[in-house]
Ligand binder design. Structure first.
Ligand code: NAD
Length: 534
């Protein structure tokens, strides 16, 4: 073991003087404003991972409250759907401006509720701002009716038009509480739907803050309902009542949601888990790959669906890559104060800490080596865990195939590119992958063989604010459907075909005399021939 491979302690990020605390941000007035309008007859609470202490008391919705929220949304939706697309899109553009103006408020809330470092909260805000601008500008084009000439052009004018689904039931996780709540709801709203959203209770304040901002931007209040409560208790009620289901979370829960939605014959998009692989090929820029791996593995402490958890490195560059990657990882500053300065924050909960700890302990017990990290950091906060790199990992260690969803990555060495691709594809998941090479053509050739919804060349994952125009989602057990781009908005619509007959009545049986009918058919067939020739 060289010096750079010996486990060391990551530095603690400096905390600037006068930094705001939870009590400064979640004042009784702010809390009272945020929880207004939540349909809930019970009481629940959430916590801040920074200390593990209670952050706020919140209303808790029962299944009956969920039913009430759907009634309110259903009552408000037709008027919103009747508003022109341009006016609906203008609401998103105003939301974009307000979000940028007031981003400091939501950066604080995201950090308090998730424990992530400010730079990762910032990336999230940027993504949502760009999504709002994109759909604000492009929704009229995405939703514009498309005219087709009928098979017999003289007879039929066909229009394909988009109708909103109605009331969308949305269920979101805690890891990206702005992006996966409001960010995913924006295209649903601009398409004319109402939304009943169930965010994770632990990150409810961020979702409620965003709801208020969207209402301030012009969304009619009734169109956006938020319900709060335990997933297994009220989640099924949301799925039972939605006209379409938008779910982001684990594959296990996603499967249950899909079965329930299928039973009702309503559509669902599912954004689920991953066990994402990065391939560092023999001709990669090792310095950039090592820096990219740090971002790809440890953003939001690895609690990111597209995070890299398996690193396959060509044996000819493996030593050089590992040395750089380990050194950068050990230098990461840890902290989650409400200020910039930390490179990685806390895990979000004790549950997360337990999973990471058990994956590391099991791997080490079965022979894996810790190259960096591998320890919790209770001196910083109750759920802090160092960014961790393992080597010598092999089946049947859990960390090989199960999603850890934490700051933990395993390094594997390969000699043959085909073998690396096969290994990368060897899990049931298919969300994201990454290829590092100086040869763009080789990168694209490898990408074409990777069974994942996104592949990034010379990047671990593209920031959403760089790729909102293109769809993002999972193959295999990582999901169904896509967010972003045209697919991210059209899924919130039903397509309706309206065929308008130009000449009526059009058959002898409908009153047209034989001669006229024969002349019409001759003209139509001529037109059809010309149409085919075009
Ligand atoms: N693919 C993506 O875009 C994406 C993004 C973020 C997170 N994720 C995945 O989410 C997982 C982490 O989130 P999590 O631990 O909160 O997931 P989870 O499945 O436990 O919970 C997700 C949401 O579903 C709710 N829920 C729980 N049980 C339910 C039920 N029976 N019916 C309906 N809803 C229910 C939860 O309350 C929560 O709001 C990871 O697997 C991660 O990869 C995927």
């Amino acid at each position: 073991m060289t010096d750079s491979q010996a486990p060391t302690t990551n530095p603690v990020a400096p905390v600037p003087a006068g930094v705001r605390t939870a009590a400064d941000v979640v004042t009784p007035e702010v809390l009272a404003q945020l929880i207004r309008g939540v349909v809930g007859s019970g009481v629940t609470s959430n916590h801040t991972p920074a200390t593990g202490e209670k952050l706020a008391d919140l209303p808790e919705s029962t299944p009956e409250d969920v039913a009430e929220a759907f009634s309110r949304a259903r009552a408000a939706q037709p008027l919103w759907a009747a508003t022109s697309v341009r006016k609906r899109a203008a609401v998103l553009l105003r939301f974009h401006d307000l979000l940028l103006e007031r981003q400091a408020e939501v950066l604080d809330l995201i950090q308090l509720e998730t424990g992530k470092a400010r730079l990762h909260a910032h990336e999230e805000v940027q993504s949502v701002a760009v999504a709002a601008r994109h759909y604000g500008r492009k929704a009229p084009a995405y939703l514009r009716p498309r005219r087709h000439t009928g098979a017999v052009p003289v007879l039929t004018k066909v229009t394909e038009q988009r109708q909103p689904r109605g009331v969308v039931g949305q269920i979101a996780p805690w890891n990206y509480p702005l992006e996966l709540s409001i960010g995913d709801a924006l295209p649903a709203f601009v398409a004319g739907n109402a939304v009943v959203m169930k965010p994770d209770t632990e990150t409810a304040l961020t979702a409620l803050w965003a709801r208020d901002l969207l209402v301030e931007a012009g969304l009619p209040a009734g169109v956006f309902q938020v319900v709060l409560g335990e997933g297994p208790v009220i989640g099924p009620e949301v799925v039972e009542r939605g006209d379409y289901i938008s779910f982001t979370g684990s594959t296990r829960t996603g499967r249950e949601v899909a079965q329930r939605a299928a039973g009702r014959l309503v559509g669902a998009s599912l954004e689920l888990g991953g066990k994402n692989a990065m391939l560092v090929l023999h001709d990669a820029d090792i310095e950039k790959a090592a820096a990219g791996a740090v971002r790809a593995c440890f953003s939001t402490a690895g609690q990111l669906c597209i995070s890299i958890e398996r690193l396959y490195v060509h044996e000819s560059v493996a030593d050089a890559f590992v040395e750089r990657f380990v050194a950068r990882t050990k230098a990461m500053r840890l902290g989650c104060a409400l200020a910039y300065g930390a490179d990685m924050g806390s895990l979000a909960s004790e549950r997360q800490l337990k999973t990471v700890t058990s994956h590391v302990e099991e791997a080490v017990a079965k022979g894996a080596t810790v190259l960096a990290g591998g320890v919790a950091r209770p001196d910083i906060g109750p759920y802090f865990y160092e960014p961790t790199i393992l080597e010598g990992v092999e089946a049947p260690m859990s960390v090989c195939t199960e999603e850890t969803f934490g700051p933990l990555v395993s390094v594997y060495r390969f000699s043959d590119e085909d073998e690396a691709v096969e290994l990368a594809n060897s899990t049931p998941y298919g969300l994201n992958s990454s290829v590092w090479t100086r040869d763009g053509r080789r990168g694209h050739a490898v990408a074409a063989r990777l069974l994942t919804g996104t592949v990034n060349i010379n990047e671990g994952f593209a920031p959403a604010y760089g790729s909102v125009r293109a769809p993002m989602g999972g193959m295999k057990e990582s999901g169904l459907g896509r967010r972003h781009g045209s697919e991210g908005i059209l899924k919130f619509t039903e397509v309706q075909t309206v065929a308008q007959q130009r000449v009526l009545p059009m058959a002898p049986s409908m009153g047209m005399d034989d001669e006229k009918y024969a002349a019409l058919m001759t003209r139509s067939l001529r037109a059809l021939k010309a149409f085919r020739l075009r």
